[in-house]
Write a protein that binds this ligand. Structure first.
Ligand code: PA5
Length: 444
C-alpha cells in the first residue's frame, strides 16, 4: 500500500533511537489505552474509523447547499477551530483560487475570527457587500472573543443583506453539543449545527466537522481525506519499528535530549505553508509547558533559504529540521531552452521544474546535515486528500506519543488563558472587576 513514510537516517544514530524505543512504545500504550494525563481528550484516537457514512453525507449535503447558494463562504474560528481547514484547503486548492471570480457553485472559502484586525474585518465586510455569502461559525467553547466579534459583525451584515430568516439558512454553527453562547444562539435562531465532541480538543479537531465542513465547501473530497486517516489509524497501532509515529517521536525526543531545542518543519511546496501553521499549533500547544518543549517553527523552502538559510546553516546549533517531501507534483512544467542562454540556464533546459526542486531539497539536506542540523524526512506520494488524511493523523498520534515521552500532558493548554485574563481586565469585562483594578494600578 502506498503511504507516507518517515526517514530518520540523518537524524540520530540508530543506537540512540533504539534506546528510546521502549519509552515510545510505552507512550503509545498510554495513548491507546487512555491511561495518561489528559485522557479525557483522546476522542481523536479512534475518530477516523468511527466517522459514519451518514455523518459524511450530512456534512457533504450541508456543504452542497452552501456551495449552491453562495459565492463566498466565510469560516469563522481561531486556533484549532481554524488552522486545520485552512491548511488542507490551501494544500489542495489552485494556488490562484483567490484571484478567480467568486461564483455560486464553486464558492471561495475565506476566513475570519482568526485575528482582531479591524482593517481585515472592514475590508472583508466591504468585499462581501455585493456577494452572496454564507457563514460557518466554529467555536467549541462558544465564547472565544476573536470569532465572536467577527460573527457579530458578519451576521449583522448577512441579516441586513438577506433578512433574518434567509440569513439563518446560510449560517451553520459548529460547537459544543449543549454548552456555550454559540449553542444557545444557534438553537434560538434555528441554525443548522454540527457538534465538536467533548473529548476532542481544538488542535485535534480537523477530522471533525470543524475541518471537514469548510474543506467540503471548498470542493475537496472529505471521504478520501478520512479514508487516508483511517489507514494511518490502523497502521499506527503497531508497536513495531514500522510505526511511523514511533519513529518520529523517538527521533525528535532523542534530538531534544541532545540539546536540539528547536524543530523547523520544512516544505518545498508553497501549498504546504499553512500545514506548517497547523503543525506549529499542534506541537506548540501540546508540548510547550512545565518549562519544557521543542520550539516548533516552520519555513517554506526554497523561499526561506534566501532569508533563514544562513541562520539554519551556521547559527546556534540548537535546531533540527523535519522535511515534508512531496514525491509527485500535480502538473508538469518543462524549463525551455533559450538560444541566447544569457541566464546560463540551458544546462537544465528540458528538465521539469520539480526535478530542480528535488535537487534543491537534496542539496539542502546534505548541506544542513554537514552543518550540524539533523534531518527527519517525511515523504508523501502527492498533495491529495488521501495522503493529507494520513499525514494529519500521523502528526496527531505522534504528538500524543511525543508529549508523553517529554513528560507533559499533551492535551491541555493552561498557558493560553494568561493573555485573555489581562485583555478582559483591560476591557473591563463584567466579572473581572478585581483584575481590572489590579491591572490599572500596575499600568499607572
Ligand atoms: O486547540 C485549542 O484548544 C485552541 O486553539 C482552540 O481551538 C481555540 O482557542 C479556539 O477555541 P474555541 O473553538 O473554543 O473558540
Amino acid at each position: 500500500m502506498k503511504k507516507i513514510t518517515v526517514n530518520t537516517a540523518d537524524a540520530a544514530c540508530p543506537c540512540k533511537l533504539s534506546a528510546l524505543a521502549p519509552e515510545a512504545v510505552a507512550a503509545l500504550h498510554t495513548v491507546e489505552q487512555a491511561t495518561g494525563a489528559g485522557n479525557d481528550f483522546l476522542g481523536w484516537v479512534n475518530l477516523p474509523s468511527s466517522i459514519s457514512e451518514a455523518e459524511l453525507a450530512d456534512i457533504n449535503a450541508t456543504a452542497e447547499s452552501l456551495r449552491r447558494d453562495c459565492e463566498v463562504v466565510v469560516a469563522i474560528g481561531i486556533g484549532g477551530s481554524y488552522l486545520g481547514a485552512k491548511a488542507v484547503i490551501e494544500a489542495l486548492d489552485n494556488a490562484f483560487a483567490a484571484y478567480l471570480p467568486a461564483q455560486a457553485g464553486a464558492p471561495k472559502v475565506l476566513f475570519a475570527g482568526q485575528n482582531i484586525g479591524e482593517d481585515y474585518l472592514a475590508e472583508l465586510s466591504s468585499f462581501l457587500a455585493d456577494k452572496k455569502f454564507g457563514i460557518i461559525v466554529i467555536s467549541k467553547s462558544g465564547t472565544t472573543t476573536e470569532p465572536a466579534i467577527a460573527f457579530r459583525i458578519l451576521k449583522e451584515q448577512l441579516e441586513r443583506q438577506l433578512g433574518k430568516a434567509e440569513a439563518s439558512r446560510r449560517i451553520v454553527a459548529i460547537t459544543d453539543e449543549k454548552r456555550g453562547a454559540l449553542r444557545t444562539l444557534a438553537t434560538s435562531e434555528g441554525y443548522k449545527t454540527f457538534i465538536i465532541p467533548d473529548n476532542v480538543g481544538g488542535r485535534f479537531s480537523v477530522l471533525t466537522p470543524v475541518g471537514l465542513l469548510p474543506i467540503a465547501v471548498a470542493g475537496h473530497d472529505i471521504k478520501a481525506l478520512v479514508a487516508g486517516a483511517v489507514e494511518m489509524e490502523e497502521l499506527t497501532r503497531s508497536t513495531g519499528e514500522d510505526n511511523p509515529c514511533l519513529q518520529y517521536a523517538e527521533a525528535r525526543n532523542a534530538l531534544y535530549r541532545d540539546g536540539k531545542k528547536i524543530e523547523i518543519l520544512v516544505n518545498y511546496n508553497p501549498k504546504l505553508h499553512f500545514f506548517g501553521e497547523w503543525w506549529k499549533q499542534l506541537y506548540g500547544e501540546s508540548e510547550g509547558k512545565d518549562g519544557k518543549g521543542i520550539f516548533p517553527a516552520a519555513v517554506d523552502f526554497s523561499t526561506d533559504l534566501h532569508s533563514m538559510g544562513q541562520w539554519i546553516q551556521e547559527g546556534e546549533r540548537t535546531i533540527f529540521e523535519t522535511v515534508i517531501s512531496v514525491e509527485e507534483s500535480a502538473h508538469t512544467t518543462i524549463i525551455p531552452s533559450d538560444n541566447d542562454n544569457l541566464d546560463g540556464l540551458n544546462y537544465i533546459a528540458g528538465k521539469r521544474v520539480d526535478q530542480v526542486n528535488k535537487m534543491a531539497e537534496l542539496g539542502t539536506r546534505l548541506a544542513h546535515v554537514d552543518g550540524g542540523v539533523p534531518n527527519i524526512r517525511i515523504s508523501l506520494p502527492a498533495l491529495e486528500e488521501r495522503w493529507l488524511g494520513q499525514l494529519i493523523y500521523f502528526f496527531e498520534k505522534a504528538c500524543g506519543i511525543s508529549g508523553y515521552m517529554l513528560g507533559v500532558n499533551p492535551f491541555n493548554q493552561p498557558g493560553v488563558e494568561a493573555y485573555k485574563k489581562n485583555m478582559f481586565a483591560l476591557l473591563a469585562k463584567p466579572g473581572y472587576e478585581a483584575e481590572t483594578e489590579a491591572i490599572q494600578a500596575r499600568l499607572k
